[in-house]
Design a protein around this ligand. Structure first.
Ligand SMILES: [Zn+2]
Length: 417
């Protein structure tokens, strides 16, 4: 293949050795800080010292789908179109899940490289991301795209690999486990050992981070297990770039119960029912660990209610950090305006926002403190690369905070000798 690839407005150098980009779902910078202090992540510590390390700005809303798509397309959501896990279709009034490949308006860098003959690997913990990550990927020349969630269903046509469980040598991991993430890394290692891909994108799940704060035994054990695997990837000759889709904050009151603003109830009480719809774009089929509560919601107005009515009301609510009308939201956060609500409402680090209290099932918390994400306070993410970057790239990072969607640029172009 050619030495460079022009994609979504950036020219990427073809990697001269394997590059593994890992998205640590919910990997708030506080986990690295705590792991360094406790001495449990020696490989990451070495990358930070000998390679490149910074804290970057992720996409707001700080949710999984928008950020994964920003990272892999190298562009903001205004370009790739995925601005949440859900949006409201204004024509039908229905909430639409945003994981369909037809909603993605830009292909991933992996897909583009695969079509140029590079061997790429895309593995995600949750299957919901798989189709968008693998959209327009050429699987006919050794490239692979699958999820650990459905690793038992892989076919050559759909995934570029068969019998992934036997290949990795592990049973199907539990949907709610740290193993779902570790399986992704182990599969990446196995592929690196046997097929030597040029490019790997390994996207994990935030099951541990939703339940366990930095420095807890569970979090430390997970980070230590990940660290060993990052070390192994480098041992096998890969450059490793670590980032996250979003951070994570404790959203509990002092008594341990969730600190929730039930925004649909607030709006209904003030303006009457049938005047607005609150969409929580964190919602997916996988909500046990956060009760569908996040730090960013969209309000759709009806029956004469105006965006200004809503922003005026929510400005008075403790725990609300900001509320912006549609055009301002799209401009400020580089989001596709056609998929915005009339108002975006964002909570602060200590609070989260729900719709109607009766609609949220919090039993999945099982006594845990609520930890979740979505707002500005969870949009800071680490970028750590095992190799140093050029002076020009280092200077750029000193001048302004990087965007997390620059990680492929940094890992491919910045580390060029
Ligand atoms: Zn996530």
């Amino acid at each position: 293949m050619a030495a460079t690839l022009e994609h979504n407005g950036t020219t990427y150098r073809r990697p001269d050795g394997p590059l593994a980009v890992v998205c640590i779902d919910g990997g708030d910078p506080a986990y690295f800080a705590s792991g360094l202090k406790d001495g449990i992540i020696p490989n990451i510590a070495r990358f930070m010292k000998e390679g490149f390390s910074t804290v970057a700005d992720g996409t707001v809303p700080s949710f999984t789908c928008p950020n994964n798509m920003s990272i892999v397309t190298g562009r903001p959501a205004s370009v790739h179109g995925i601005s949440g896990n859900f949006y409201l279709d204004r024509k039908t009034g229905e909430a639409v899940v945003m994981t369909g490949p037809e909603l993605l308006r830009a292909d991933s860098i992996m897909a583009a490289f695969s079509r140029k003959g590079a061997k790429v690997v895309s593995i995600t913990a949750k299957d919901k991301l798989r189709q968008q990550l693998g959209k327009n990927m050429d699987l006919s020349r050794g490239s692979v795209s699958f999820s650990s969630q459905h690793a038992d269903r892989c076919t050559m046509t759909e995934n570029g690999i068969e019998d992934a469980l036997a290949f990795v040598g592990q049973p199907l991991p539990d949907m709610y486990s740290a193993d779902l993430s570790l399986f992704v890394l182990d599969a990446g290692i196995k592929l690196l050992e046997t097929r030597r891909p040029d490019l790997l994108y390994l996207s994990l799940t935030d099951f541990i981070q939703h339940a366990h704060a930095p420095g807890t035994p569970e979090a430390n054990s997970f980070y230590s297990e990940m660290d060993k695997r990052f070390g192994r990837l480098v041992e096998l000759g890969a450059t490793v770039a670590l980032t996250a889709d979003h951070g994570m904050n404790d959203k509990s009151k002092p008594d341990g119960t969730p600190n929730v603003i039930w925004l649909q109830d607030v709006l209904d009480n003030e303006f009457g029912p049938d005047r607005s719809t609150v969409i929580c774009p964190i919602t997916d089929a996988f909500v046990g660990h956060h009760g569908a509560l996040g730090g960013f919601v969209r309000v759709y107005c009806r029956n004469g209610l105006t965006a200004r009515d809503v922003t005026g009301l929510v400005a008075e609510i403790p725990g609300i950090e900001a509320a912006y009308e549609r055009a301002e939201t799209a401009r400020r956060f580089e989001l596709p305006e056609d998929r915005e609500g009339d108002v975006a409402v964002i909570s602060d680090a200590g609070a989260c926002i729900g719709g109607r209290e009766v609609d949220h099932d919090l039993s999945g918390l099982k006594g845990h403190r609520l930890r979740t994400h979505g707002g500005l306070s969870e949009a800071k993410v680490p970028i750590v690369i095992s190799a140093p970057v050029s002076d020009a790239y280092a200077k750029r990072a000193e001048k302004r905070p990087l965007k997390s969607y620059e990680v492929f640029d940094y890992a491919l172009n910045g580390t060029a000798a």
